[in-house]
Design a protein around this ligand. Sequence first.
Ligand code: ATP
Ligand code: MG
Length: 211
Amino acid sequence: MSIDYLSLAIYQKVCSAHISNWFIAVNTLLHSQHTYGIIMMAIASIVIFHWQTVISIRFETIYLEKNMKIFSKSESETEQAGEFLARFISPGSVVAMFGDLGAGKTAFVRGFARGMGYTGRVTSPTYSLVNEYLAPIPVFHFDMYRLEGEDDLFDIGWEDYLGRGGICIAEWCERIRDALPPESIFVTIEKSGENNRIITIEGADIENTRS
Ligand SMILES: Nc1ncnc2c1ncn2[C@@H]1O[C@H](COP(=O)(O)OP(=O)(O)OP(=O)(O)O)[C@@H](O)[C@H]1O
Ligand SMILES: [Mg+2]
C-alpha cells in the first residue's frame, strides 16, 4: 500500500535525523570544552528545532488541503486503508463511500471497524441495510444500494443514527448524495485492474489522531 501520508512520515524522519546530528555536534563540542562553541551550538539547535517544528506543522496543514490517495493491490491492502482512516476519525463522523459493485467498500469497512477496535465479523448489510458494530466508539455500517433515494432514509432511522455519537459509514452513497452532511468524509474506490484499486479519501482531519 502506498499512501501520500508516507511522504509526511519520511519528511519527519529526515527532520529528526537532522536534529540528532546537531545534538551529536553539541556533544562533541562539550567534550572538547569549547564553551563559546557549545553555547552557539545549543542556541542554533534550539532555533533549528523550533523552525523545523513550524515547517512540519505547516506541511501537515498543506497536506490537509489535498485529497489522500491510496493505491491498493489486494483486498487486505484495502482493509489496511480502512484501518488507517480509523486513526483520524472522531465520534459523530459520517464516512460516505462511493464505488461500483465489488470495488472493495465492504473490505474497507472491515479494516475500518478493526481499526476502531471491533473484533467481530463484518459483512455487507445488503439486506439488513445497517449493521451495528459495538466497538468503544460504535460503528454503524450502512448499505444504501437498495434505497430508491433520500426519502427512504427515514425508514432506516438514518437521522437517529447520526445523533448517537458513533460513526456512520455507508456504502453506495451515490443513492443519498443530497442527504449527506457536508462535513462527511468521502471515500471513493475505483477499480484500476483486477486486483488494483485507487482509494481517494477527502475531508479526513489527519491532525486529529485518536491514539
Ligand atoms: N485491491 C482490492 N481491494 C478490495 N477488494 C479487492 C481488491 N482486489 C480484489 N478484490 C476483490 O473484490 C471484491 C470486493 O468485495 P467487496 O464486497 O468489498 O466490494 P463492495 O464494494 O463492498 O461491493 P458491493 O457493491 O457489492 O457491496 C472481493 O471479492 C475482493 O477479493
Ligand atoms: Mg459491500
